[in-house]
Write a protein that binds this ligand. Structure first.
Ligand code: NIG
Ligand code: FE
Length: 419
């Protein structure tokens, strides 16, 4: 028998429909489509109908008794949120560095003196697969509790072939075991290992000649990411790494212009990256090139918040025609959070985005940023039934009341998971 679910009579169903073929840009980022007194009918894990409750009842009146019934009266319904940029799989925390930064040390000073990414790399290299798996699974559970149903996960705390593979294998196992869908990104070029500081090109060669071929051979990642930043990887090194990944079918992403303008946005357009991420200090020229090339800007306001830095210029990018997605950047150093709802608050309050734009940026545009818009990111017939029900009376409240969790229920591929 068909497995059916009937989510009934929400105050608002926000469908985000109509942006599956291309990410939403400019004014289209505000077209979220709100159905008042809306319902969703699910069959075998897929969305079968989204409409007013009246129309759904009329259409399915002889089958209502067979469906699992979820009363959404007084609540709102959105697509399950999509987080397109995380450093999910890692060991340990860095609250000591947080305390150092509060006393005036900068993020890069800490990294250059052997902490930062290097500290988490040491902890991740030393951790067993089981420890890494458990810590990462706990984070995924929290993502789910905050309404997220798909998460991108980057490696990059291994920095040796063996440790990078360990991280990617943990991601692969979690993808099999956990209800959240994971999308994997190889980020061997996250930092130059301390013992190779004097010869970074040798490390770049190893990423290109040893790591990328093996990761691709074992199909452990879809994307290839590089931290392009002064003192980490230059635009030239980043380009070599991203072009090499392309040869093996890995799609480029870039950590671009996070700390200073460094040509990362421009490079994203040049190598035809699916997205450029961070962009706190992206140049006007870089923004223009991204818009022309259709590169998605994945903005991470949690990182600006936590590093006490100036935020990315979301308004300028949206006006220029860059499709914008939002993400937590969940990681222990620059953004220790898993809360996409908090990212929505920051998007509105500190980057000048509207409540409609942040909804688009955390659902359908985020799905585009990880190449999954054909199956998730909106409530449309035939898409995976990934749905979040929120205990709020309207969608505005999601980006208005902050610092609290409004999730009522999460439905993943038609299964009810969080109550
Ligand atoms: O996206 N910028 C580089 N990578 C991460 C931070 C990683 C860390 O500090 O552990 C980021 O901010
Ligand atoms: Fe990141």
């Amino acid at each position: 028998m068909t497995r059916t679910m009937y989510i009934s009579n929400a105050v608002e169903v926000i469908t985000l429909e109509g942006h599956t073929d291309k990410p939403a840009i400019k004014e289209a980022m505000s077209e979220i489509n709100v159905i008042k007194n809306g319902s969703v009918w699910i069959e075998d894990g897929k969305i079968a109908a989204v409409d007013t409750d009246e129309n759904i009842r009329a259409k399915y009146h002889d089958r209502i008794h067979e469906a699992e019934y979820i009363d959404a009266t007084g609540k709102i319904v959105t697509p399950g949120l999509v987080d397109p940029h995380t450093h999910l799989v890692h060991a340990g925390t860095r609250e000591n560095e947080y305390a150092m930064r509060l006393k005036g040390k900068t993020y890069m000073e800490i990294m250059n003196s052997g902490g930062g990414i290097h500290a988490t790399t040491r902890a991740t290299q030393q951790a067993s697969r089981e420890e890494l798996y458990e810590q990462s699974k706990n984070r995924l559970n929290q993502f789910l509790q905050h309404g997220v149903t798909t998460v991108e996960a980057k490696s990059g705390y291994g920095l040796t072939l063996e440790s990078e593979l360990k991280q990617l294998e943990v991601t692969e196992k979690l993808q099999k075991d956990h209800p959240i869908d994971l999308v994997s990104t190889f980020m061997g070029a996250h930092a130059v290992p301390l013992d190779e500081k004097d010869n970074p090109d040798k490390f770049v060669d190893r990423v290109i000649n040893e790591m990328i071929p093996e990761v691709a051979r074992r199909k452990l990642a879809t994307f290839n990411d590089v931290f392009c930043e002064r003192g980490v990887f230059t635009p030239e090194q980043s380009k070599r790494i991203l072009e090499a990944g392309k040869e093996y079918g890995l799609i480029p992403k870039i950590h671009a212009d996070e700390i200073e303008p460094y040509g990362g946005a421009e490079l994203a357009a040049e190598v035809d990256a699916i997205s450029a991420e961070h962009l706190l200090r992206a140049s006007d020229e870089g923004i223009k090139k991204m818009a022309e090339a259709g590169v998605i800007g994945v903005l991470l306001p949690g990182t600006a918040f936590f590093l006490m830095a100036a935020y990315a210029e979301a308004r300028k990018m949206i006006d220029a025609g860059v499709p914008i997605a939002l993400s937590t950047d969940a990681n222990p150093g620059s953004s220790p959070t898993i809360s996409m709802p908090f990212i929505m608050n920051l998007g509105c309050l500190n980057m000048g985005m509207t409540p409609e734009e942040v909804l688009t940026a955390t659902t359908i545009n985020a799905a585009h940023a990880i190449g999954r818009a054909d199956e998730i990111g909106s409530l449309e017939v035939g898409k995976k039934a990934d749905v979040t029900i929120w205990k709020v009376p309207n969608y505005l409240t999601l980006s208005y009341q902050y610092g609290m969790n409004h999730v009522d229920t999460v439905i993943k591929a038609g299964e009810k998971l969080v109550v």
